[in-house]
Design a protein. Structure first.
Length: 134
């Protein structure tokens, strides 16, 4: 019997039982530049998992095969992104600029990972190349 759900970073005891609703997933861009403020990191799951996403849903996200859109995050001023309360499972990340007048290329095009009962720091996983034409 589970009496309540809580986040991993704010553990509480609920009538002697504890359930963790998900884990933090962080990562960063290897070559952060201010232009990344326009980029979003999209999270997709292999199953239709419920992810508590604080941002409003985005309609124009890049499609990824049979994956299910779960959430998105923005880069902070240090080039780091963070998702909170991500349940165990398999996921894919993709970077996309919703409004960009610049041409860009992202390596890798997507990144696969698994969450398994603990917070996850993916480290530097993406590199963004922005092309400027005179």
């Amino acid at each position: 019997k589970i009496d309540c759900e809580i986040a991993w970073n704010a553990p509480e005891t609920c009538n002697g039982e504890l359930k963790v609703s998900g884990f933090a997933v962080t990562g960063n861009c290897l070559n952060y530049v201010p232009a990344l403020n326009n980029f979003m990191v999209f999270l997709y799951s292999t199953k239709d998992r419920k992810v508590n996403c604080p941002q409003p849903a985005v309609k124009n996200h890049p499609l990824t095969g049979n994956m299910n859109y779960a959430c998105y995050a923005k880069f902070n001023e240090k080039g780091t992104f963070k998702f909170e309360n991500i349940p165990n499972g398999d996921y894919i990340l993709k970077i996309f600029a919703e409004e960009s007048e610049q041409n860009y290329e992202i390596f890798p095009a997507q990144y696969s990972f698994s969450v398994s009962n603990q917070p996850l720091d993916l480290g530097g996983i993406f590199k963004v190349r922005i092309f400027v034409f005179p």
